[in-house]
Design a protein around this ligand. Sequence first.
Ligand code: ADP
Ligand code: MG
Length: 154
Amino acid sequence: MATLITHSPAETEMLGEHWGREARRGWVIGLSGDLGAGKTQLVKGLARGLGSAARVHSPTFTLVNEYSGGRLRLFHLDLYRLETREQIVAAGLEEYLQPDGVAVIEWVERWFGNEHSTFDIQHSTSESQAHVRRVNIEVLGETERRITYEDPGA
Ligand code: ADP
Ligand code: MG
């Protein structure tokens, strides 16, 4: 488990960019944190780090945005509007746990709860060897965010 504090939206984006540069096919990154915490900000960095120039915004009318043009495709899911696991499964989102590219999931706790290990257990029942990163963003102040992350099973 690693923790760091960012002091601006740009710093959070830079963290995402760094992860985007190291990402491999099949990675799944789960994000939790309140509205306005900076989840989408982090995804902007991820897209940039993967080399995509796509305009990143939370999927609203759809559940998934796909950004191409980079080294790997990036699938951006936002579960804010889905309240139960059943709804998520019914929406057919499970395929994104074995992405042909990288998947990043905002409000991942709606799917897997808050236990980091649960995410791993659910994930490892799939056949993929994918790497999972579970991330939590806490608002500390107007421009300060505490970002905690862990790669369960790594
Ligand atoms: P979420 O997707 O978690 O709802 P967004 O990324 O859409 O949040 O919004 C985060 C908001 O917080 C943006 O308005 C951003 O400018 C602001 N912000 C301020 N400081 C930070 C920081 N350190 N990291 C990320 N966002 C920050
Ligand atoms: Mg968002």
